[in-house]
Design a protein around this ligand. Structure first.
Ligand SMILES: C[S@@+](CC[C@H](N)C(=O)[O-])C[C@H]1O[C@@H](n2cnc3c(N)ncnc32)[C@H](O)[C@@H]1O
Length: 390
């Protein structure tokens, strides 16, 4: 986004002045003399230290992630949830030597995953405690082992030189970007792993969507790209009056059918199989939801999905989009760095800002686009729109 300019200044002059100032600032910040001064002067010391720490975290961040992976794989958080333990006990429980256990625990303490407790024992830290029993975060940490391989050469990825990526294989539908491609033929074995991962991480998202948009005024909800039906199950509990439908690739819809039946929802919920690029969406819903669907696809394809949703809705219907968005205040790194590169490794998708999505929504025949407030925009943002008058 371009910054707003005072209208009285010609844009060329304003840009030149801004560039000159920023070049001066950058040369100052880069100079060792200035860095030494800023680190010793009491007023700038905290800023200098914070910046140095921030830069080091960027340099070392991948190591921190691997420390977390080791904790998850060794089940450390579940073990500590039983109560604080000594290194000797933990070494036995984790099948590590005491030296190795001590090294892991020291690293985990520094990352606030673990805490020192009295008597030389270790307990859960502020960031480790939420990991206990949280299958969603643990599943993502494990899944990142795949992403880690793909990101080993980020420049090759950016240049499109990576012949194939592990994530493209993990999300096989991402490779089918021609209408009529046989994406709907993807077999059960190709969709089971990603569907299970999405289902495990869905409760965090459903909570945010349902707290920011009450469904009381709707009659029937259609969840498009609805995965195993986990979002639909949360909706069913929150809005007992609502009729429920979901649409996804046939092999995924079959998984949803089974899961909705197991949840005792067969009488309220129908699962439809097909491809939203090739098949019409089922009619009858007054609200269509697209939860973590659009960011997987190119703009051209997103337009196709939105037009399909438009065609499925009555004129007074509502479209709800929930996904992490680029440029989310306070969560910029999540949308732009994490999802930016995750989706690059996966295929054609990209994380979009609310403004990007608004442009696409208008082009697909929607109006009254609103970004709703929610407690955890880091996990997802929520937008609603209405069909525009034809
Ligand atoms: C990232 S997952 C999100 C699943 C679910 N909405 C959630 O948030 O847990 C995207 C979903 O879109 C589905 N999908 C991808 N391409 C599709 C297509 N052409 N037609 C229908 N569904 C598709 C996938 O099978 C997958 O279930």
């Amino acid at each position: 986004m371009t910054p707003d300019r005072p209208p009285e200044l010609p844009s060329g002059l304003f840009d030149r002045l801004t560039d000159r100032f920023l070049a001066w600032r950058d040369s100052k910040v880069a100079s060792r003399g200035f860095q030494r001064w800023a680190a010793s002067f009491p007023l700038t010391r905290p800023i200098a230290q914070r910046r140095a720490r921030g830069l080091f975290d960027l340099v070392a961040g991948f190591v921190y992630s691997q420390v977390l992976l080791a904790c998850v794989r060794l089940n450390l958080f579940a073990v500590l949830a039983e109560g604080p333990q000594t290194v000797a006990v933990l070494a036995g429980r984790l099948s590590l030597t005491e030296d190795a256990a001590e090294r892991l625990l020291a690293a985990a303490v520094s990352l606030q995953l673990v805490e020192h407790r009295s008597g030389g024992r270790y307990g859960l830290g502020a960031l480790g405690a939420p990991m206990v029993g949280d299958t969603a975060i643990s599943a993502m940490v494990e899944h990142h082992a795949t992403l880690y391989v793909d990101l080993a050469d980020p420049v090759a990825l950016l240049r499109g030189q990576a012949k194939s990526t592990a994530l493209a294989a993990y999300w096989p539908y991402a490779a089918y970007d021609k209408p009529g491609a046989f994406v709907a033929n993807l077999g059960a074995e190709k969709v089971s792993e990603y569907s299970a991962l999405m289902s495990a991480s869905q409760p965090l998202i459903a909570e945010q969507v349902l707290s920011s948009y009450p469904l009381t005024k709707h009659r029937v909800l259609l969840d498009v790209g609805g995965g195993e039906g986990t979002f639909l199950k949360a909706v069913a509990a929150a809005a007992p009056h609502l009729g429920l439908m979901m649409f996804d690739l046939p092999a995924v819809a079959e998984r949803a059918r089974i899961s909705l039946k197991e949840a005792g929802l067969s009488h309220r919920a129908s699962a439809f199989g097909g491809s939203f690029f090739d098949d019409a969406l089922p009619q009858g819903a007054d609200i269509v939801t697209l939860v973590r669907v659009l960011f997987d696809h190119s703009d051209e394809r997103v337009l196709m999905i939105l037009k399909a949703a438009r065609a499925a809705l009555p004129v007074d219907g509502t479209l709800l989009i929930a996904e992490p968005m680029a440029g989310t205040p306070g969560a910029e790194a999540m949308g732009d760095a994490y999802f930016g590169f995750y989706l690059l490794a996966m295929g054609k998708g990209r994380s979009r800002s609310a403004a990007d999505l608004t442009t696409l929504l208008h082009a697909a025949g929607f109006a009254d686009v609103k970004l709703l407030a929610n407690d955890m925009p880091l996990q997802t943002q929520v937008m609603v729109a209405r069909p525009s008058a034809q």
